[in-house]
Every structure is written in C-alpha cells, then in structure tokens.
Design a protein around this ligand. Structure first.
Ligand code: SF4
Length: 329
C-alpha cells in the first residue's frame, strides 16, 4: 500500500532540504537575523532516507534549501539519487529549487548527473529591484545567466518562481509575462505565505490569484491549461501560443485537499506540512542504528499525523514552528 495519510491522500512527493544556509537575504523570507540554525547532514543520510521513502511510494524528489548549490558535493548526491528506483522500478523524478546565483556553472554537470528539472526563485526582472529584494548587489545578471544555462542544458521546462509581495513587486507581473515569452521559461507567481523570519506577513501583503490574472489578461489574453490535482500551480498559456505562466495560490485558493508532499529538513526531521508545528526526528533513529524497516514504520506512523490543511488568515492560525528557510520550499 503506497504511503497514504488518514485523509486518503497518496504521498508521492518528497522535498529534501540539504542546508538552511543561503547566500541571499530575501525580504519576504529572511527578514530577521536568524541565519543558518540547524546545520547540514552528510549526503549519505539524506540518500538513505530517500531510498526508504522511495520504497514506500515516493516518486518525485525535489532538492531544496536554504540554497542547495552552496553544498559542495551536490552533483555527486544527485548522481546517487538518480540510481534509486520507485516502487515500479522507475527512476525517480529529480528536481531542484535554487536562487540561481551559482547555477550558470553547475547546470550542465547537474544535468549530466541525472537531474531532470530546475526551478529558479527570482522576484524581479529589474536588476535594481532584484537587488533590493534579495539584498545582494549584482545578483540579477548571475541568475539570468543561470536560467539560460539551465535551459541550454535541457533542465526543462525551466520554471521561475516569483513570490509577490504587495508594495514590493506586484508591478513585475507583466514584465515577468514578457520574460516568460522571451526566455521560453514558465514563470509561476506565488502568493506570499506567513513563513518568513520577522513575521511581517498580513493579508494586505498578499497579491491574490484573481488580481494577478486580471493584470496579465490586460497585457495579453490567457487560456487555462488543465492541471493534475496534486499540482500546486494553476497553469495558463498565452492565447497566441507563446509562453506559459502559473499561479500558486495557497492563500486565496488553497490546494491542501490534494496535498501529496512531505518534507525532510536539513537536520533530518520530517515535516508533514509547511505549516506544521511538529518536527518528527528521522535522523535520531538513524543515529540510534535503526534498520530500514524501523525507519519505514516510523515514516508510516508520522504520515498518519499529516495535517488536513493550513489555517492561514483564520482566527485559530498558529505560525509554523519553523520559517521557510529552515524548512525548504
Ligand atoms: S499547506 Fe500543508 S497541507 Fe496544504 S498544501 Fe501545503 S504542505 Fe500541503
């Protein structure tokens, strides 16, 4: 029986954070001064966790951070992951999320080791605005080169994720539409979620799906593309056939009912939901010499505790016990 939670949702997508260190200080994420808190585990530990989870039904693995390309040896780790098989004996679908700063020089080697897809976090197509949001000067050109190198290497379709924050970058919606068409990448807009360090989130800072669509439709007509239930993004292509965008709207159009994800943090804890207040220590069992069967039993029991949904904006909303940089997207 594949990994299934008590709501009947099949858990097929794993996200592994390999570090909570990051070379950017984006204003909607690292608003405080926490920095890295949890430290990185040896890749062999993440590999063992992924192997056990693949035997339980995981088919997709996304590598995240902090910034995963900061870890030396990341290419070798991906090569090892590419040797794993899912329950049907098929290779796992391997993807990586990065801020793109180091991507230009790594795209081809990562592709050669078996990485299938890459998503680049990019919140402005204006270099000055980009520098103001990331608080790192000169990053824009590097990230643009990374996006192009990823496309060149065939790590596609290359997706570019833009977190919209009212008062900071909602005017980038149409320029990003143009960018998607010119650079032949899929741009996905993400509604700002309350997962940042300094707790600056409020409903007013969210640019909702309907507004994003309206602004983009004023630029060019869009046609909605049918999407799988477990996909987080609603997809749209431009009516003239050139370019595609997506909108990930966890606040205004939650998609928890079909959630297929669990996460492993950089210090080896399972998180059943982005907004969970619990960490489940898988790495401690490894440290105590547990067998693969014992790890599998623990994972199954944890999945039974997976939350039904998030409660963003509701009176009983309790902030997640970790901020995004310490969970991994
Ligand atoms: S908020 Fe939690 S339950 Fe909802 S989609 Fe995200 S991870 Fe899944």
């Amino acid at each position: 029986m594949p990994l299934t939670d008590k709501f009947g949702r099949a858990i097929t997508d794993l996200r592994i954070s390999v570090t909570d260190r990051c070379n950017y200080k984006c204003i909607y994420c690292r608003t405080g001064n926490e920095g890295a808190l949890y430290g990185d585990l040896p890749f062999a530990d993440y590999l063992r966790m992924a192997r056990v989870l693949a035997s339980l039904g995981i088919r997709k693995v996304r590598i995240t951070g902090g910034e995963p390309l900061l870890r030396p040896g990341i290419a070798d780790f991906i090569r090892e992951l590419a040797q794993l098989r899912d329950v049907d004996g098929q290779p796992l679908d391997l993807a990586l999320t990065t801020n793109g700063h180091l991507l230009a020089g790594l795209a081809q080697p990562l592709k050669d080791t078996g990485l299938g897809r890459v998503t680049v976090s990019m919140d402005a197509v204006d270099p000055d605005r980009f520098a103001r949001i990331t608080r790192v000067p000169g990053g824009y050109e590097k990230v643009l080169a990374g996006v192009r190198a990823a496309r060149q290497a065939g790590l596609g379709p290359v997706k570019v994720n833009c977190v919209l924050m009212r008062g900071f970058n909602e005017d980038q919606i149409v320029p990003f539409g143009m960018f998607a068409r010119e650079e032949n990448v899929i741009v996905r807009f993400i509604e700002f979620m309350p997962l940042e360090e300094g707790r600056v989130w409020s409903p007013n800072t969210v640019v909702p799906l309907d507004e994003i669509l309206q602004r983009m439709q004023e630029y060019r007509p869009l046609v909605e593309i049918p999407h799988a239930h477990s996909e987080t993004a609603r997809r749209y292509r431009f009516a003239d056939g050139i370019g595609e965008i997506g909108i990930i709207a966890p606040v205004s159009h939650p998609f928890c009912g079909h959630c297929s994800r669990i996460r492993i943090t950089c210090d080896g804890k399972i998180r059943t939901c982005l907004f969970s207040v619990w960490d489940h220590d898988l790495h401690e069992l490894i440290e105590r010499g547990a067998s693969d069967a014992e790890l599998a039993d623990f994972i199954r029991s944890v999945v039974q505790k997976k939350e039904a949904r998030h409660h963003i904006g509701e009176p009983d909303f309790v902030p997640a016990s970790r901020t995004m940089v310490h969970i991994g997207g």
